[in-house]
Design a protein around this ligand. Structure first.
Ligand code: URP
Ligand code: ZN
Ligand code: ZN
Length: 460
C-alpha cells in the first residue's frame, strides 16, 4: 500500500512548507516538491494544511469510575478520536487498592485488546504504593513499555495516595527512567468542603465547583512540584486549570526545574458560569472544575511562554442517565466530559484562527510534545521520513457546528452544542491507511495498535 499526498501545506512543530508526502506501508518514505513516485492512491491536498496525527495523552475509555463506566469504549472512543484528527490516545489503568498493578493491567488488556481502531498506550495509575507495587515498576517500564505512572492527590478513599507514598513512588520511578503524572488537587481540603456543603443542603452542581477552589489546585501543584524537585523524578501535571497552579510551576522554573504541564481544551474555552445552569451544569462536572475567564487567559499565555506543553482532553464521557446518578447530590455525579473528537478542531478554531497561538505551536502542543514527553518521538508526533504515516489533512476555512446529533462519541449530549468552528478534519491516515475520509471511518476495530513507549527524556 502506497500513497502520495500532493501539494499540501505541511506544518510541524518547527516547519511550514508546501510539499508532497509519499507513504509506503505504515511509514513516511519521502517528502519533497513534485515527487515523481508511483503510488496506489493519490490525494490532492492543495489549499489544505497537513499535520501529524494528534496525540491525546489523557483519555478514560470504558473506565470503572464513581459507580459506573465511562460511556466510550475502546472502539467508539478511538473511532471518535480519528474523526477529530487524533490518531493516538493514552488511556489510564487504575490499580485497585489492595491489588497489584499487573492484575489491573490484565483487566485493562481484557477490555482494550483487539478493540481499538486508533493507536493507544496506557499510563499506570498507582493508587496503593507498597512493597509489592514497588517491585512491579521496573517491569512496567522495561517489559510492558508503560513508562508513566499516574497519581491522584485527590479522590480521597478511592484513588488518592498520601505524600509518603508519592515520595516512595517517585524514587522508584526515577530509578528506572519513568515519569509521574499527577492529578494535583488537595484531596483533604476538597473532602472537607464537599462534606460541609452537603451538610448545609447545598447539593447542586454549582457546589462541585465551590468545593474545589483554585487554592486546592495551587497548593497541591506546588507540593507536587517540590516533591518532584526533591526526588529528581520527572513530573507531569495533568489537566492544570488555573493561574494559581501555573504560578506554582512558574516559581519552580526559577530554580531551573522542568515540570511538564498539560491543560485541556475545556479549560481554555469554557468557564464556571456553566455551573449556574441548575442541574444542566452536570454536563461540565469534572475535576478540577471549569474556572474563571482570567484563568483562560493565563493558560493561553502559559502555552506561549512554554510553561504549558500539552493540550489534552481528559475525555471521560458519561451519558445523561449516568449524570443523573447525582440528581440530588453533586458528589455522586460521575466526573468527566466528552471532548476526544473536538480537541483538534476547537484548538485550531479558538487558538490558531483567533491568533492566540501559531500553527507551529498548535502542532507542538497537540501532536509533538505528547510524543516527546511520553517516549514516542519521532515515530509519532511529527511528519518526517521514517515516522509513522499518521497524517491529518485539514481544511482551515470550512465552517461547521458541533452537536451531539453529528458527533461520533457514545454520549447523548455535547459540552459544545451549537459551537461554531472554523476548520475541519477532512482526511486522516493512521500508519499509512486511510482512516477517515469523506466523513466516514474506513478502519475496523483491531487495527489500532498498542504502542510501546521508551524511557522518558527530561528535556524537550
Ligand atoms: O473529571 C474528571 N477529570 N474525570 C476523570 C478522572 C480524572 O480526574 O482525570
Ligand atoms: Zn484527574
Ligand atoms: Zn483524567
Amino acid at each position: 500500500m502506497s500513497l502520495l499526498i500532493k501539494n499540501g501545506r505541511i506544518i510541524t512543530a518547527s516547519d511550514d512548507y508546501v510539499a508532497d508526502i509519499f507513504t509506503e506501508g505504515e511509514t513516511i518514505r519521502a517528502i519533497g516538491r513534485n515527487l515523481k513516485l508511483d503510488a496506489g492512491q493519490v490525494i490532492d491536498a492543495a489549499g489544505k494544511l497537513v499535520f501529524p496525527g494528534g496525540i491525546d495523552p489523557h483519555v478514560h475509555l470504558d473506565m470503572p469510575f464513581m459507580g459506573t463506566y465511562s460511556s466510550d469504549n475502546y472502539e467508539t472512543g478511538t473511532r471518535a478520536a480519528l474523526f477529530g484528527g487524533t490518531t493516538m490516545v493514552i488511556d489510564f489503568i487504575l490499580q485497585k487498592q489492595g491489588s497489584s498493578l499487573h492484575s489491573a493491567l490484565d483487566e485493562w488488556k481484557g477490555r482494550s485488546n483487539n478493540n481499538c481502531i486508533g493507536d493507544y498506550s496506557f499510563h499506570m495509575a498507582v493508587t496503593d504504593f507498597n512493597e509489592g507495587s514497588k517491585r512491579e515498576i521496573k517491569d512496567f517500564i522495561e517489559k510492558e513499555g508503560i513508562t508513566s505512572f499516574k497519581t491522584f492527590m485527590a479522590y480521597k478513599g478511592a484513588l488518592m495516595i498520601d505524600d509518603r507514598q508519592m515520595i516512595g513512588l517517585m524514587e522508584e520511578v526515577k530509578k528506572w527512567g519513568g515519569l509521574i503524572n499527577v492529578h494535583a488537587t488537595n484531596g483533604d481540603m476538597i473532602d472537607y468542603l464537599v462534606a460541609k456543603h452537603k451538610a448545609e443542603g447545598k447539593l447542586s452542581p454549582l457546589y462541585h465547583y465551590l468545593s474545589q477552589p483554585e487554592i486546592t489546585e495551587a497548593e497541591a501543584s506546588e507540593r507536587f512540584t517540590d516533591m518532584s524537585f526533591y526526588t529528581g523524578c520527572p513530573g507531569y501535571i495533568v489537566h492544570l486549570t488555573c493561574e494559581g497552579a501555573l504560578n506554582a510551576v512558574r516559581n519552580a522554573t526559577k530554580r531551573n526545574q522542568k515540570v511538564f504541564v498539560e491543560t485541556c481544551i475545556q479549560y481554555l474555552i469554557l468557564d464556571a458560569s456553566l455551573y449556574e445552569k441548575d442541574f444542566e451544569g452536570a454536563k461540565w462536572v469534572m475535576s478540577p472544575p471549569l474556572r474563571e475567564k482570567k484563568d483562560q487567559e493565563t493558560l493561553w499565555a502559559g502555552i506561549n511562554q512554554g510553561l504549558v506543553q500539552v493540550v489534552a482532553t481528559d475525555h471521560c464521557p458519561f451519558k445523561w442517565e449516568q449524570k443523573l446518578m447525582g440528581k440530588n447530590d453533586f458528589s455522586r455525579i460521575p466526573n468527566g466530559h466528552p471532548a476526544i473528537e473536538n480537541r483538534m478542531e476547537l484548538l485550531y478554531s479558538e487558538g490558531v484562527n483567533k491568533n492566540r497561538i501559531t500553527l507551529n505551536k498548535y502542532v507542538e502542543v497537540a501532536c509533538t510534545n505528547p510524543a516527546r514527553i511520553f517516549g514516542m518521538f519521532p515515530r509519532k508526533g511529527t511528519i518526517a521520513v521514517g515516522s509513522d504515516a499518521d497524517i491529518v489533512i485539514f481544511d482551515p476555512h470550512e465552517k461547521h457546528t458541533l452537536s451531539a446529533k453529528t458527533h461520533h462519541m457514545n454520549v447523548d449530549y455535547s459540552g459544545y452544542e451549537g459551537w461554531e468552528v472554523t476548520g475541519k478534519v477532512k482526511t486522516v491516515l493512521l500508519r499509512g491507511q486511510v482512516a477517515i475520509d469523506d466523513n466516514k471511518c474506513m478502519l475496523k476495530k483491531g487495527y489500532g495498535q498498542f504502542i510501546r513507549r521508551s524511557k522518558v527524556s527530561q528535556v524537550i
